[in-house]
Write a protein that binds this ligand. Structure first.
Ligand code: FAD
Ligand code: NAD
Length: 427
């Protein structure tokens, strides 16, 4: 078989790239090593985590907020298997939707592990042990990322887990240590804290969400502490030992010799993700990776080999589904000879906790560092009658504007449904 374009990986980068290629009249194939399409985001990332965030928030509201609203409930309890089942149904439907889109756009799906034979031939190793090679004019690498699991943390998928396993725990744990106060730690930490798990977050930096605006991190810390989450910032984990039904986590204060141990049901490792290029045969085509294992690309997202492009988590930049999608469309249009453009400054970031954190543009820290004169306007939700009416008074909206031109440079929000508000902002 011969195609104009072959996409390796069917996550939000890959499947969107494939659809755009097909829309532009290119014969397109997509290769996915797992049986379901949709990649990390649909199977074990964005979608299942948001499903559990919504379910756990309903429980938390019913338990802790309804009485004040004048609604009395009794015998409230969590049915974890049903919560997981609903999550799985959502994932299932969403992945099937991608399969439908592939068929509708006449994109050929190959199930198996893709690897380069040379720049125009991709071999597909299938589960039954057979192999098939297809010929292609262009290739888009969209192989995504995997969790970082240092050897010292003894990741065993049982007691020492990553987000993948944390999305499938079938009984509410009594306690959990989360290594990393980033997006995954805070989202999945919220899920379990709402369900009653005692959560400890160990974060190496001096605050959670170190890459987001400082005020947002401060507000969210306050809200999550109210939820009962215990934060150990400026601390590091020096060792994790899995026992049969628990884990022992050794924690050390970052700038001292002070140590303590935490014994919990689970330890969730959430310290970031690494680009995934395992057994992709990059050496066969002479494509290297940078110090973080990411594929290097130019401004057209083309690797140093003409005709081979890379997008999404496997290259530099934010590891976000919508960034991968935008790059998928961009590359398809480049291949077709169009002149697309991506403004990376406009890629928003959302943490789906409650309150939600939603941001776009520069943070105050970045503006200070760049020496840009700016004005900051801040408004707390507790001063808003609408927020009081719904008991959603935590958080604030901060707008950063150029000191002389008033151009909006950044918007940083913590509050109810700020993710929805973010899409209304034009900067
Ligand atoms: P991926 O989605 O990782 O897809 C890559 C695909 O390639 C995989 O299916 C993989 O099996 C396949 N593959 C790899 N190598 C091969 C090969 N050699 N042959 C064949 N197939 C191969 N982002 C957001 O924007 N919003 C969120 O709310 C959000 N929540 C998240 C929650 C969690 C728990 C996690 C882990 C991530 C979350 N993300 C979120 C990040 C988001 O999932 C990623 O940024 C996104 O999936 C990247 O898309 P991608 O297409 O680059 O790669
Ligand atoms: P992250 O980069 O968001 O956070 C990792 C955190 O771990 C950081 O705060 C870092 O300082 C800390 N850390 C690193 N090493 C440590 C150590 N040894 N000990 C203690 N702390 C340590 O990574 P993540 O939370 O694993 O998420 C991975 C990726 O998935 C992110 O890039 C994120 O963009 C994406 N994601 C996005 C969403 C969303 O958009 N809502 C949700 C989940 C995941």
């Amino acid at each position: 078989m011969r195609y104009d374009v072959t996409v390796i990986g069917s996550g939000p980068g890959g499947y969107v790239a494939a659809i755009r290629c097909a829309q532009l009249g290119l014969s397109t194939a997509i290769i996915e090593k797992y049986n379901t399409l949709g990649g990390t985001c649909l199977n074990i990332g964005c979608i299942p985590s948001k499903a559990l965030l919504d379910s756990s928030e309903h429980y938390h509201n019913a338990k802790d907020k309804f009485t004040e609203h004048g609604i009395d409930l009794s015998n409230l309890k969590v049915n974890m298997p049903q919560m997981i089942k609903r999550k799985n149904d959502v994932v299932d439907q969403t992945c099937k939707g991608v399969e439908f889109l592939m068929k509708k756009n006449k994109i050929t799906i190959y199930t198996g592990h893709g690897s380069f034979v040379d720049a125009n031939h991709i071999s597909i190793a299938k589960a039954d042990g057979t192999e098939e090679t297809i010929e292609t004019d262009k290739v888009i690498i969209a192989t995504g990322s995997k969790p970082i699991t240092p050897a010292a943390f003894n990741y065993d998928k049982n007691r020492v887990i990553t987000s993948t396993e944390a999305l499938n725990i079938d009984a509410v744990p009594k306690s959990m240590v989360i290594i990393g106060g980033g997006v995954i730690g805070l989202e999945l930490g919220s899920v379990y804290a709402r369900l009653g798990t005692e959560i400890h977050v160990v974060e190496y930096m001096d605050r959670i969400l170190p890459t987001m605006d400082k005020d947002c991190a401060k507000e969210l810390t306050r809200s999550m502490k109210k939820l009962g989450v215990k934060f150990h910032v400026k601390h590091m984990v020096t060792g994790v030992k899995a026992n049969k039904k628990s884990v022992t986590v050794e924690v050390q204060k970052r700038d001292s010799e002070e140590t303590f141990k935490l014994n919990t049901d689970y330890c969730l490792v959430a310290i970031g993700r690494r680009a995934y290029t395992d057994k992709l045969g990059l050496d066969k085509v002479g494509i290297g990776t940078d110090e973080k294992g990411r594929i290097e690309v130019d401004e057209h997202l083309q690797t140093k080999i003409p005709g081979i492009y890379a997008i999404g988590d496997v290259i530099k930049g934010a590891m976000l589904a919508h960034k991968a999608e935008e790059e998928g469309i961009f590359v398809a249009e480049v291949i077709k000879g169009q002149k697309p453009h991506i403004d990376y400054n406009l890629i928003p970031g959302v943490v789906y906790t409650w309150p939600e954190v939603a941001a776009v543009g520069k943070t105050e820290e970045q503006l200070k560092e760049a020496g840009i004169a700016y004005k900051a306007g801040k408004f707390p939700f507790k001063a808003l009658g609408r927020a009081r009416a719904s008991m959603d008074t935590e958080g604030m909206v901060k707008v950063l504007a150029d000191a002389t031109t008033d151009e909006i440079l950044g918007v940083h929000m913590v509050g109810p449904r700020t993710a929805d508000m973010l899409s209304l902002i034009h900067i």
